[in-house]
Design a protein around this ligand. Structure first.
Ligand SMILES: C[S@@+](CC[C@H](N)C(=O)[O-])C[C@H]1O[C@@H](n2cnc3c(N)ncnc32)[C@H](O)[C@@H]1O
Length: 282
């Protein structure tokens, strides 16, 4: 599959357009590639395939400063040749929610729900929105978690992770965690890192290990948290580090977790694409 299939340039439809940076394009393409491989391979095997997009955005965005308008993950998953049977999106920004609802309305897909709210506060709503499952009505889900920062609570995964659900998570470990780590460490009232890695005593562990590798520490702790809720440990190769286009400045990690090796195999295939082809050639 050619990588350009996974990033659509669009014109202005007059609805809300959040701004994104060039380095977000790789996220869009990797996500779109994975979603397509997953849905195509699993559609015939599972009667119900659900997609959950947490921090879903508006479905389109403007790349700044370049100005191009691109389709973002929420709309791309609706256009898959082998679609999911159910879609649930969550965003707290009323402008994003309103625009996404209007964009979704013109796509001929049933079972699409756009939830307006805080991801941490709506996990139970998402759960209720998923289709019921049982013998003959098996449910397999894929959840993409795409926050702006490390302000994500692992508890959301705990509330969903007992299901058969694979997770692709953007961990904002470059900008944010690495840049602000000293502040989060010294502000003992801050629970941001503890909430992210599900480890209230992380400061003592960080101090005792005597390392300066913030990103390595957080990835190890996040991986351990996923294993505790039943996921396979993600190999280092599944924790994909993305740098700013044209510069060697680390931005974020795309981390993939599944309970089954097949999920990791799909993600490996997704990452096998040449990173140089990512983006719009801008
Ligand atoms: C990085 S953007 C998402 C981009 C989108 N997934 C895409 O494909 O381009 C983060 C989104 O999270 C939303 N957001 C921020 N804090 C949130 C929260 N606590 N709960 C739900 N959504 C939130 C923002 O409105 C924004 O649309």
């Amino acid at each position: 599959m050619a990588t350009d299939t996974f990033l659509r340039q669009l014109s202005d439809d007059g609805l809300h357009l959040p701004e994104i940076k060039l380095h977000s394009l790789e996220k869009l393409q990797r996500h779109n590639y994975y979603a397509r491989v997953f849905a195509t391979a699993m559609r015939k095997k599972w009667p119900q395939l659900a997609y959950v997009g947490l921090y879903s955005g508006a479905g389109r965005a403007r790349v700044v400063p370049e100005g191009e308008i691109v389709e973002t993950t929420a709309m791309s998953v609706l256009r898959l040749p082998d679609p999911f049977t159910h879609y649930i999106f969550v965003d707290s920004d009323p402008d994003c929610v309103s625009a996404l609802k209007q964009r979704v309305a013109v796509v001929p897909r049933r079972n699409v729900q756009v939830i307006h709210g805080d991801v941490a506060a709506t996990a139970s709503t998402v759960r209720q929105a998923l289709p019921s499952y049982g013998p003959g009505r098996g449910l397999l889900s894929f959840c993409f978690i795409d926050p702006f920062s490390t302000d994500f609570k692992f508890d959301v995964i705990r509330q969903l992770g007992d299901l058969r659900m694979d997770f692709l998570i953007l961990l904002m470990l470059g900008w944010d965690a690495r840049v602000n780590f000293t502040r989060y460490y010294e502000d003992t009232q801050s629970t941001r890192i503890a909430d992210l890695i599900d480890c209230p005593n992380w400061r003592a562990e960080w101090k005792s290990q005597g390392s300066t590798d913030v990103v390595g520490f957080l990835l190890r702790k996040f991986n351990e948290a996923m294993v505790r809720v039943g996921y396979l440990p993600a190999p280092e190769s599944a924790l994909h580090r993305v740098t700013a286009s044209g510069k060697n400045v680390f931005q974020y990690v795309l981390a993939f977790f599944s309970k089954h090796q097949l999920g990791q195999d799909f993600w490996k295939e997704t990452l096998a694409g040449n990173s140089d082809q990512m983006g719009l050639g801008l």
